[in-house]
Design a binder for this molecule. Structure first.
Ligand SMILES: Cc1ncc(COP(=O)(O)O)c(C=O)c1O
Length: 378
């Protein structure tokens, strides 16, 4: 008989708890449906067709992607409504995206935050005889991409999109990623409320200028979990929620039993200060949190596999080499070869570093799912 217990898994491995994953997907879909908003999950988190299938079965309306080749992987595997929530300003990327989208009848939505972006998309769309739906990207506080409320560029961009027959001004899109740096769930809730208010004001301003905005898209896992209303919003785009990690846990926005992704590791050496494990930055990444925000201490919460999420047995990965992790010792010893489960700081990057998810149910391996779009960073 084949051994399907956790002890049969070679480490490091990325474990995915099937029931917790399905619960997380159901939770967000129910939360969105209760508020009358659509879910368009960001697939940069999981990059996996099996997980997208679960999201679509639950009621998702399509996907959000960051990168062109990541999106193409999903389009070539059946995705039919795709938002690239990333500024595309280079013709070569737009060419291959629009060509495949046209041939596969994909409802493609792109974002702009510069006139150069508008020009690149309209030039490429015209070349392919396509019409592309466009979101104006609004900066609501992360200060990464997007135009700020009140910036005169906003009206200029909206008019440029509206006046171009190859483009259709569809809506506003924002990502309140700065919520990852908040201190409390109340702060996160406030960021989510501010985001809705900013978008409502921008929409009003554009409508006064005769520019119709039919969709308003927001999304980050912390803000979605913390929001009590999605006033004026038509769609949410969370990604991380399928797995969760130390950020929503830190805000007490989730219960520990909602952590679906863990990294499975083995103790390979020990000294007076540390257990040394076979899992370093090449598996966990060196992320202290999303968006370069250091929200937590160390690189992951660690538990002996047979005492998973027991507070009294909790340890921390305090340092990383590429292939080794340093786990600070506590009051108990662990024999060489002991198996550990790690809750990573940032599950999205841990997923991107692996080839496959080892899917587990009741401590038994039930499947292996390929992370098919891993490394698609172009
Ligand atoms: C533009 C955009 N939308 C949505 C998301 C999803 O956010 P989260 O992973 O917090 O759910 C991200 C994540 O980085 C993003 O960059």
């Amino acid at each position: 008989m084949i051994d399907k217990s956790l002890s049969s898994i070679e480490t490091p491995a990325v474990l995915l708890d099937d029931a917790r994953l399905r619960n997380n997907i159901r939770l967000i879909q129910e939360l969105a449906s209760a508020q009358g908003v659509n879910v368009r999950p960001h697939i940069k988190t999981h990059k996996c067709l099996e997980i997208l299938r679960l999201q679509m079965d639950a009621g998702a309306v399509g996907i959000t992607a960051s990168k062109t080749d990541e999106a193409l992987t999903f389009i070539n595997n059946g995705a039919r409504s795709v938002t690239i929530a990333y500024p595309l300003v280079v013709d070569a990327k737009l060419d291959r995206l629009i060509e495949v989208s046209r041939s596969r009848n994909v409802d493609l939505r792109l974002i702009v935050d510069s006139l150069a972006g508008v020009e690149a998309i309209s030039r490429t769309a015209r070349r392919h005889g396509a019409q592309i739906d466009i979101f104006l990207k609004i900066d609501v506080g992360l200060h990464r991409c997007g135009v700020k409320e009140g910036d005169p560029l906003l009206i200029k961009l909206a008019k440029a999109v509206d006046g171009e027959s190859a483009l259709n001004l569809l809506g506003l899109l924002s990502h309140a990623g700065h919520a990852y740096g908040a201190q409390t769930s109340e702060d996160v809730r406030k960021i989510a409320q501010d985001e809705c208010s900013i978008l409502a004001r921008v929409r009003g301003q554009l409508q006064s200028a005769g520019l119709e905005i039919s969709e308003v898209s927001v999304g980050s896992t912390p803000t979605v979990l913390a929001s009590d209303s999605f006033d004026g919003i038509t769609e949410i785009r969370p990604g991380n929620y399928v797995f969760m990690d130390r950020t929503p846990l830190r805000f007490n926005l989730i219960e520990p039993n909602q952590i679906a992704l863990t990294v499975f590791a083995t103790v390979v050496s020990a000294n007076s200060d540390y257990f040394i494990i076979d899992t370093g930055s090449k598996t966990l990444s060196s992320d202290l949190g999303a968006h370069g925000i250091a929200g937590v201490e160390g690189y992951g919460l660690v538990y002996p596999a047979d005492r998973f999420q027991e507070k009294d047995s909790e340890m921390v990965v305090v340092k990383l080499s590429e292939e080794h992790g340093f786990v600070a010792r506590r009051h108990f010893d662990l024999p060489m070869g002991s198996k550990l489960r790690i809750v990573p700081n940032h599950s999205c990057v841990a997923a991107n570093l692996a080839d496959a998810y080892t899917v587990v149910s009741d401590e038994q391996v039930v499947d292996q799912w390929e992370i098919v779009a891993r490394g698609k960073v172009r």
